[in-house]
Design a protein around this ligand. Structure first.
Ligand SMILES: Cc1cc2nc3c(=O)[nH]c(=O)nc-3n(C[C@H](O)[C@H](O)[C@H](O)COP(=O)(O)O)c2cc1C
Length: 200
């Protein structure tokens, strides 16, 4: 897999080609990426989340809208997202910078209902990033919710949904021998993607 040096297309399509390849060769959880935001204390914060496909041309992921990340994104929507795939002929990194916005409720709802019932209950049960008293309390909450929603559809919690990352730049890197990697930065300028090679 070596599609970069002569690539002429759009960066999103290149991302898709690499992502498809990562899936094809059986990389475990190729959709996982590291999402960095600016913490409320001005320290960068990074965490793993799962890429759930392109929606309206943007990277999508889902989370709790009251989590630490959500509070940070409400203050500053600028993020950096890092994918790294390593297996066989693939030793590739992609860094995306962009801004996030919340996904429409309808799209979040559609995704929420496509999830296993246990994950839907899990979303309801967890006040993500908040202090909780014990594992037992969390398990009890799950049990209560299972009773509350028994035999019913589970609605989308108000505090849960998707974000869309609109990419402003992409940096693609193929790792090479002697650390002489190939590295290309795509930046959007006046509505057109510009590409430049960076030193590794
Ligand atoms: C492999 C993996 C995948 C994860 N995927 C998600 C995800 O898609 N959404 C999410 O909210 N948290 C996900 N998490 C948990 C986050 O890394 C993080 O702990 C959580 O979102 C709370 O982050 P925050 O306190 O910065 O808001 C995942 C963790 C791992 C290890």
């Amino acid at each position: 897999m070596d599609l970069l040096n002569d690539y002429k297309g759009e960066p999103k399509e290149l991302f898709e080609k690499w992502f498809e390849h990562a899936k094809k060769i059986g990389i475990e959880k190729p959709e996982k990426f590291y999402l960095a935001s600016l913490g409320l204390d001005d320290f960068p914060q990074v965490r793993t989340v799962l890429f759930k496909g392109f929606v309206d041309n943007c990277f999508s992921f889902y989370t709790n809208y009251q989590s630490h990340k959500a509070k940070e994104l409400a203050e500053n929507p600028n993020v950096s997202a890092l994918f790294y795939w390593l297996k066989d002929d693939m030793d590739h990194q992609i860094r995306v910078c962009g801004s996030v916005r919340k996904m429409s409720k309808e799209k979040s709802e559609e995704y929420f209902h496509s999830r296993p019932r246990g994950s839907q209950i899990g979303a309801w049960a967890s006040p993500q990033s908040e202090k909780i008293s014990s594992r037992e309390d969390l398990d009890k909450k799950v049990q209560d919710l299972e009773e509350r929603f028994a035999g019913k559809d589970i609605p989308l919690p108000e505090f849960w949904g998707g974000y869309l990352i609109e990419a402003k730049s992409f940096e693609f890197m193929i790792l090479r021998k002697d650390r002489l990697h190939d590295r290309f930065l795509y930046k959007m300028l006046d509505g057109v993607w510009q590409r430049e090679r960076l030193a590794p």
